[in-house]
Each structure stands twice: as structure tokens, then as C-alpha cells.
Design a protein around this ligand. Sequence first.
Ligand SMILES: Cc1cc2nc3c(=O)[nH]c(=O)nc-3n(C[C@H](O)[C@H](O)[C@H](O)COP(=O)(O)OP(=O)(O)OC[C@H]3O[C@@H](n4cnc5c(N)ncnc54)[C@H](O)[C@@H]3O)c2cc1C
Length: 427
Amino acid sequence: MKLTSYWLDTVPRFTGTPQAALPGQADAVIVGGGFSGLSAALRLRQLGASVVVLERDRVIGEASGRNGGHVNNGLAGSFTDACAKLGEDTATRLYKVLNSAVDTVETITRENGIDCDFTRCGKLKVGNRQAHEAALQTDYARLTVAADPEACLLDETQVREELGSDLFSSGLLYPKSARMHMGRFGIGLANAVLHAGGLIFENTPMTGMKRTGNSFEMTTPQGKILAKSVLMATGISRNAPAWFRQRIMPVGSFIVATEPMDEAAMRRIMPGGRNVVTMQNIHNYFRATADHRLIFGGRASFSRSRTTTDITSGNMLLAAMRRTLPELPDVKIDYCWGGDVDMTVDRLPHAGQWNGVFYTMGYSGHGTQMSVYMGQRMAEAMAGMPDTNPLAGRAWQKIPCYGLASHFLPLVGAFYRAKDFVQEMKE
Ligand SMILES: Cc1cc2nc3c(=O)[nH]c(=O)nc-3n(C[C@H](O)[C@H](O)[C@H](O)COP(=O)(O)OP(=O)(O)OC[C@H]3O[C@@H](n4cnc5c(N)ncnc54)[C@H](O)[C@@H]3O)c2cc1C
């Protein structure tokens, strides 16, 4: 079992900006070479700005190259809950933004000839308890009127036609959702930035930033660069300014990729070929790849020790995979990897300006599409286009007891596992 991301291991590494020294200035400096930063850089080049991307390590080396491979439309949580928290108008607007975000990913792949198996496979959210069924029915009734007339409610028989498992009794299908090979998309996006005339510097962390007149002076180990505008697209960065760190909680999620199966076995366990998300408090998400591997993720080990976490998590996910899909043949795990999800208090992304610096982050585990979309919108805002940010004006709350909160994660995890167990026993 390789302890590395399947997406990063199965794409040639980005070769970067050949031999170029960091220029002294640029119209825009983007900090972070994940999907947010790369998408912003591409859009800024289309708008005629000179662009430099500073990447601490390697392009798409963090969340963008370490995720579950789902490009889902719809909100991460339930639409009904979002309506209760945000009001129906805002929840509907956000839902539609996510639809546009999936379209944006598709458009970028088409316009730049990125071969990344982008497929509109649909997302299936499945429940195994009466409470789940009731929640899906309520969501369906509200969603199809307000935001997504294509969503379909599935009963037990229909779920069984989609998924080779008797565990689930209800489902909600979101047909607009897609999947792709994250490594091929990300490296394709980085190459598109280069072809458009942008500069990308790997192994170049931003270590300082200060305002000088109308510009920002950015410090890196390779020298300084003056920028007319700056976008922080740094995800969970531990060396971003404190204002960002106090608002984002890194929460580990883990993923395994099986060895390739024969096509018939894959058809037996996932006849519908959807992206699947389960509804327990400690839920799982899974999908197939073009070469018939199963990519299966979820919260696994809550231990904070990095050395043993990946192997322990791989074994926990293998057990969860066998419980969830009893018809799974006796397959080996080829890859196991983890990544930190950039959680916010309201589990929604935030984008705007802080002290004149633009930012977009906090996608809370639902960001392969939004990061690409928001990168474009923030690029337009940086270029002076009005009203481009659909997330503008929303207050961004600090993580309560920031700094201590991550120490309580193992306890929180144990609590939710126990809650899932008790709820299942009750029914
Ligand atoms: C395990 C896991 C599973 C997920 N599964 C899914 C999924 O299936 N579907 C979905 O929609 N979303 C998923 N997500 C979320 C999604 O991957 C992210 O929301 C998205 O990739 C965020 O992109 P980003 O560019 O904002 O951040 P990142 O990809 O994290 O990029 C930020 C970049 O900034 C760089 N950086 C940080 N600080 C500095 C600095 N000081 N100087 C220079 N560079 C810096 C980092 O090195 C990094 O490369 C998952 C996330 C994880 C971790």
C-alpha cells in the first residue's frame, strides 16, 4: 500500500516555470498553487494582468491533489438545514452557484483540452435509517421547487439498482454532479496558466507581506516581489496571517484506492456508477475510477500522531468499505492518503478582502468545484470588475477556542461514532 495520493501518483509532475527568476513586480500575486490559485491565475491572464503564483511546496500538493475526486453540485449539508440557517433565498442562490461551479470546471477542461475523465455521473446521497429517509423526503420536496428540479428521490429498490448493497433504504440523486481525475485536472490547469503567460514558482513560500503605498511587498526565500493586488488562496496554511488561521480548522479526512477490479465486479458493487455519500454523522464518500478502482474516503483515525495515522486509517476505511459494500471482491488497497479539510464554523466558503488583500478559502470539504469557480470570481474582483463575488458580505466567524479546538477532535470523533451506533440500535 503506497501512502501517497492516487491522483498525484498517476500524473506526471508539473515542471514549472523553466529557469525563470522571481520577477520584481506583477499586477497580481497569487499565494497558493491549488485549484483556487491556479484558476484565479488563468482568469487574470485572460483579463490581461501579469500574474505570479507562489506555491510553498508543489502545485496541487495539498487538498486539491488529495481529495475524494467528487465534483458535486448542491450544498455539502442538507438544503433544508441551509434554508433554516441562511434563509431560503440565500440557500437557493448558493445552491445555484454550486451548479455553476461544476459547469465552470467542465468549461475549463473543454477550453484547455484537459484530459481528466470529467464525467457527469451524478451524486447519490444514501441513508440507512428512518430519520435519514424523512430528511431526504423533506429536502427533496423543498429542493425541487426552489433550486434543483432534476433531483430525484429513490426508494429502497431504486437505491439497490444504483448500489450493490442492502444497507441503504433511501436516496437522493443529484444528476448534475460530476467526477474527474484530480491530478490530471490540476496539472492541466497549471499548464494552461503557463501557456497563457502566467508564472508559477514551486517551493516558494510567501514568508512575509507588507503594504508599501498602493502595492504589497511579498517576501519569499527567493527574493521579494511587488504586487498591485494579492490573492490568498492558501487553504489550511499554517503560515498564513493569523486572521485566516483563526477562522479555519484543519480536520483530517482519509482516502483509500483499491487495486483495479475487473469491470463486471465494479458493475456489481456500483451499477449506477455514481458518486456516493452516506448520511451517518461519521459518513463515507466513494466513487469508481476510469480504471475500475474504488476510491473510498471518510473520517478514520482521530489520532493526532501523523506517523501511524495513515496506516491505521487505511485499515479502518477497508473495514468500512467491506461493511458498506458487502459484495466487494477480495481486493487489495493500492493507495492510502490523508488530507486536511479547511473547515469553517458555518461549513461554507468565505471570500472577500482583508486589509486590502483578496482571499478565497474555507470550502469545508466541498471545494473541488467552488475553488475553481471562486478563483475566477476573485480574479475578476482583483481586475476591478464589480459584483463578481457571490460570497461577498457574509461575516466570517472565528473558530471558538482556536488553538485548543484541534486537541478535542478525537473526543468529538468518539462522540459522533457513539451517536451513530446508538441511533442505529434504536431503529
Ligand atoms: C481528504 C480530502 C478530501 C476531499 N474530498 C473532496 C471531494 O471529494 N469533493 C470536493 O468537492 N471537495 C473535496 N475536498 C475539498 C477540496 O479538495 C478543496 O476544497 C479544494 O481543493 C481547495 O483548493 P484550494 O486551492 O483552495 O486549497 P489547496 O488545494 O489546499 O491549496 C492551497 C495551496 O496553498 C499553498 N500555500 C499555503 N501557504 C502558503 C504560503 N505561505 N506560500 C505559498 N503557498 C502556500 C499550499 O501549499 C497549497 O498548495 C477534500 C479535501 C480533502 C483534504
